[in-house]
Design a protein around this ligand. Structure first.
Ligand code: PLP
Length: 459
């Protein structure tokens, strides 16, 4: 049955959902009690729910709908592809035009030292692929003892077992006995949350946090460490923007210690930071780059790993077959969506728009919220933003956990017609690149109104 041609009531959808749908990252009982919000359509930067409410999507779905909703070019490309060839695999010496063309297009926008892509279906699978690929690489290099991965506390690399082990989400680790052996973590470069009381300047703090990597490598033994993985800007952890000193120091350490550098570009890739890659924004050249989300702007599920010549060369030469792949690696419809989304980014110069228009304007608008009595700090980089809620902005004292300030703020925000996400008491933002400047003013007004409403609730 086609739900669009035969709509039911909000209560019906909520009831069938509550009875049968186990949602990701959701307290199912809590959701059943409240009833899920039912999103029925979207256009540009606006969502519409089953009650007809219009809500501005300040999160691009889940950090992915970079070119905005309702892009007919992508719909047509996918439809055409489904008619012509809905599926064929890319195993066993086969390809199809969509996968071949998309891999070429990706290599053209990838950093010059990366000329190959391995296709997956998600960011999590991309990171599992990184895990296996890096180990195979070190085997091929005659250094099979290099097996350990170093990630960061509060980093997020996905939900599969290896990706969750690479990540540093304590709740995820506690729930399933992760990380697996062979994973280590260092602290994040979170100036507002962990740096301000250290007596260090932001730049000194960035260096100190980067040098934890060196110390960890020493502790584990350089010959045992395969790779370091990090998001250029931590997204799910709370849009944690590292001090400028951080990334160059990380790159130096990886280079000097012969450790592969993996930049998880799942959020930062495809223009989010104002250049094609977050690592480019920070001037580093990773060995592997997991990608997903903005790769298709969310129109089809797809991920991948962009692979440097340094890694691809020895593996292809010495390992022969890489025993790894997914039934839907390079899926034709996903590749068609990805290619169409990439063409939109290029033809509409959306990466340049982020750099020249959206990022500076967001910095101004979010800077303008910094003096609000509920706000300890605002920060932006590219088209990512964060607001730290504070009980006492002068000292940065936070609300107690029992107050649930972030969750309250998120709910008030949706009531004011804007989606922002709460990570603890950090409100985060990641809007589509097609938002107009007027819509950005509207977005900031909704955010300010939300903070006013929160102040009414909490003071
Ligand atoms: N890596 C990063 C940086 C992410 O933000 C995410 C998802 O939010 C992932 C990996 C996992 O991607 P997926 O949910 O597509 O598996």
């Amino acid at each position: 049955m086609n739900v669009l041609s035969n709509p039911r009531s909000t209560a019906d959808y909520q009831a069938m959902d509550a009875a049968h749908h186990w949602h990701p990252f959701t307290d199912t009982a809590d959701l059943a009690a409240k009833g899920a919000r039912v999103i029925t359509s979207a256009q540009g930067v606006w969502l519409t729910d089953s009650e007809g409410a219009r809500i501005m999507d300040g999160m691009s779905g889940l950090w992915c709908v970079n070119v905005g909703y309702g892009r007919e070019e992508i719909v047509e490309a996918v439809t055409r592809q489904l008619r012509q060839l809905p599926y064929y695999n890319t195993f066993f010496q086969c390809t199809h035009p969509a996968a071949a063309e998309f891999s070429e297009a990706l290599a053209q926008v990838a950093p010059p030292h990366m000329n190959r892509v391995f296709f997956t279906n998600s960011g999590s699978e991309s990171n599992d692929t990184v895990f296996r690929m890096a180990r195979v690489y070190w085997d091929c290099m005659g250094q099979p003892s290099k097996k350990i991965f170093i990630g960061r506390h509060n980093g997020y690399h996905g939900s599969t077992a290896a990706a969750a082990s690479l990540g540093g989400m304590s709740g995820m680790h506690a729930q399933s006995g992760l990380p697996f052996p062979g994973f280590a973590h260092i602290d994040q470069p979170y100036w507002y949350g962990e740096g301000r009381d250290t007596g260090l300047s932001p730049e000194e703090f960035g260096l100190a946090r980067a040098r934890q990597l060196e110390a960890k490598i020493d502790e584990l033994g350089e010959d045992n460490v395969a790779a370091f993985i990090a998001e250029p800007i931590q997204g799910a952890g709370g849009v944690i923007i590292p001090p400028e000193s951080y990334w160059p120091e990380i790159a130096r350490i990886c280079r000097e210690r012969n450790i592969l550098l993996v930049a998880d570009e799942v959020i930062c890739g495809f223009g989010r930071t104002g250049s094609w890659w977050g690592s480019e924004t920070y001037g580093v050249t990773p060995d592997l780059m997991p990608i997903a989300k903005g790769m298709t702007s969310g129109y089809q599920p797809m991920g991948g790993v962009l692979i440097s010549d340094r890694v691809a060369g020895p593996v292809m030469e010495k390992a022969g077959e890489f025993y790894h792949g997914y039934t839907y690696s390079g899926h034709p419809a996903a590749a068609a969506a990805g290619l169409a989304s990439l063409r939109i980014l290029q033809e509409e110069k959306l990466v340049e728009r982020v750099r020249d228009v959206l990022a500076p304007k967001l910095a101004t608008l979010w800077g303008g919220l910094a003096d609000h009595p509920m706000v300890g700090e605002t920060r932006t980089r590219g088209f990512l933003g964060a607001i730290e809620l504070a009980k006492n902005p002068a000292t940065g004292e936070r609300f107690g956990e029992e107050v649930g300030a972030g969750a309250r703020c998120r709910d008030l925000c949706v009531a004011n017609g804007l989606v922002m996400r709460a990570v603890g008491d950090t409100m985060i933002l990641c809007p589509p690149f097609v938002i107009t400047e007027d819509e950005m003013d509207d977005m900031a007004a909704r955010a300010r109104k939300t903070l006013d409403d929160l102040a009414d609730q909490l003071t």
